[in-house]
Design a protein around this ligand. Structure first.
Ligand code: BDR
Ligand code: CA
Length: 295
């Protein structure tokens, strides 16, 4: 398998990336970055820092600095001004690539055999929409898209909608309505996947820098001071669900719903049959995540 991660790190993106880069079977060939949780220069620098921490040679290609036709709306209240909740990572060991995210996606999709490249989408879908409109022949070669985004029956986390779709509703509509092989992992699933203080201890006992860094990241990802309360759980571990789904699809309850994206980025009934994850086996997912970060 070959996969490209499109991301806006982002605390939960960072956990997803550290997990994914440790799984050789996922074949992460590149990362593309986008404005979302924080601006593009920070998401790109964070992706480079995460690749360095993982000891991975993964190239990082900067993409869109703003949504299609809207202003960026960074989520600094959750992810902080550094995108990583104040968790300091070592400086990157190299620079971002000169080749843009869309050019990288188009080139790799064209060079690889048809239907052999997956896209793991952890962020607003601006780069993927730009690929679909500027290089449709390359986009037609995508094997499948697994995207964290949307809220089906759950309330949104940005008004009625979920952040990744709400940040760039026009891009979300282009991608979700394109007829791609798409699995969406919405808040309905990710809100079931959280960590508590005991899980942080478990990660710290793994003995790897990736696992202890994820423990620090999750610690920064509790609702402020709530981690001091016994049994409190972190915010949802949204983005790690994407690479975990790629490796352990049996731990997700998948349904097909007829949906479309409205002007606010909310999922509403519509004509597009989309596979959505409506539930997860959270204990098993937590175990798989710890295993993947440790040892
Ligand atoms: C999504 O929005 C971002 O804040 C997270 O990184 C995740 O991708 C959750 O709604
Ligand atoms: Ca994200």
């Amino acid at each position: 398998m070959t996969a490209i991660i499109d991301t806006d790190p982002g605390i939960d993106d960072a956990i997803a990336i550290l997990y994914a880069l440790r799984q050789p079977d996922l074949g992460i060939a590149a990362m593309t970055t986008v404005a979302g949780n924080i601006g593009l220069s920070v998401t790109t620098a964070n992706a480079l820092r995460l690749a360095a921490l993982a000891g991975a040679p993964t190239p990082v290609h900067p993409g869109a600095a703003a949504p299609l036709g809207r202003e960026p709306r960074p989520e600094t209240g959750i992810h902080g001004n550094d995108g990583l909740g104040g968790v300091v990572l070592a400086d990157p060991d190299r620079s971002a690539e000169a080749e843009s995210a869309v050019d990288c996606l188009a080139r790799r999709l064209t060079e690889a055999p048809e239907n052999s490249v997956d896209l793991f989408c952890l962020a607003p879908l601006t780069n993927i929409a730009n690929l679909l409109t500027s290089a449709p022949a390359a986009a037609a070669r995508i094997r499948r898209v697994i995207a964290m985004g949307g809220a089906v029956e759950e309330p949104g986390n940005m008004g009625r909608a979920e952040f990744n779709l709400a940040h760039d509703p026009e891009a979300a509509a282009i991608v979700l309505h394109a007829g791609l092989d798409l699995t969406l992992i919405p808040l309905d699933a990710t809100r079931q996947f959280r960590a508590d203080a005991a899980y942080l201890d478990r990660l710290r006992a793994c003995g790897t820098l990736a696992a202890s860094t994820c423990a620090d990241l999750i610690d920064a990802y509790f609702v402020q001071t709530a981690h001091q309360a016994k049994g409190a759980e972190s915010r949802p571990l949204h983005d790690p669900c994407v690479p975990l789904f790629a490796r352990h699809p049996e731990l997700f309850r998948i349904e097909t719903r007829n949906l479309q994206v409205d002007h606010d980025g909310a999922l509403v009934p519509g004509p597009h049959p989309i596979r959505v994850a409506m539930g997860v086996e959270a204990d098993a997912l937590r175990a798989r995540l710890a295993e993947g970060l440790g040892g």
